[in-house]
Design a protein around this ligand. Structure first.
Ligand code: FES
Length: 166
């Protein structure tokens, strides 16, 4: 088992949304220290332009080949309704839906397989590679993607969330 990088969490505040609108998603994600770019397609931004990942320690998220385990006492941004995380190494998006329910979806976009250029707000996951939007069940709201995101089963046991990748 290895410790993962918790990449991006939390609902955007209105001030932050305004900042993103003004500055663009690239600058905003850089603010959060996120490794932002993947090789998606030839029209994507330069993969080398993104910052490096933050240190992979103490974030409460770990992964094996078969599961992602989240200690909600440590991964505090996922602990509240509306919180979310992109677990890069597992290629999983996790959203806290409230009432002790979670959604776990592949982060590999069904359009051109970008796997880490995601934002979340107003219950919508957006792949910023080309703007596809999905609801928290992985259903396409706006293309160019035309296939849903794969969903994974989740289990909450006290303060430990398990995402079954099998
Ligand atoms: S890879 Fe094109 S919208 Fe996600």
């Amino acid at each position: 088992m290895k410790t993962l990088i918790e990449v991006k969490t939390g609902e955007l505040s209105s001030a932050r949304r305004d900042f993103i609108k003004k500055s663009g998603a690239i600058a905003a994600m850089s603010l959060f220290g996120v490794a932002f770019f993947t090789g998606c397609s030839s029209d994507d931004p330069d993969p080398g332009a993104g910052p490096t990942n933050p240190p992979a320690t103490g974030n409460g998220i770990s992964v094996t080949n078969s599961a992602v385990t989240v200690n909600l006492d440590l991964a505090t941004a996922l602990a509240a309704a509306g919180g979310w995380a992109l677990v890069i190494e597992a290629k999983v998006l996790i959203v806290n839906l409230g009432n002790n329910t979670f959604s776990a979806l592949t982060s590999v976009c069904t359009h051109s397989q970008c796997d880490r250029n995601w934002t979340f707000g107003s219950n919508v996951l957006t792949c910023t590679c080309h703007g596809s939007r999905f609801n928290t069940e992985g259903v396409v709201l706006t293309g160019p993607a035309n296939q849903p995101l794969r969903s994974y089963a989740t289990n909450l046991n006290n303060r430990t969330l398990t995402v079954n990748l099998a």
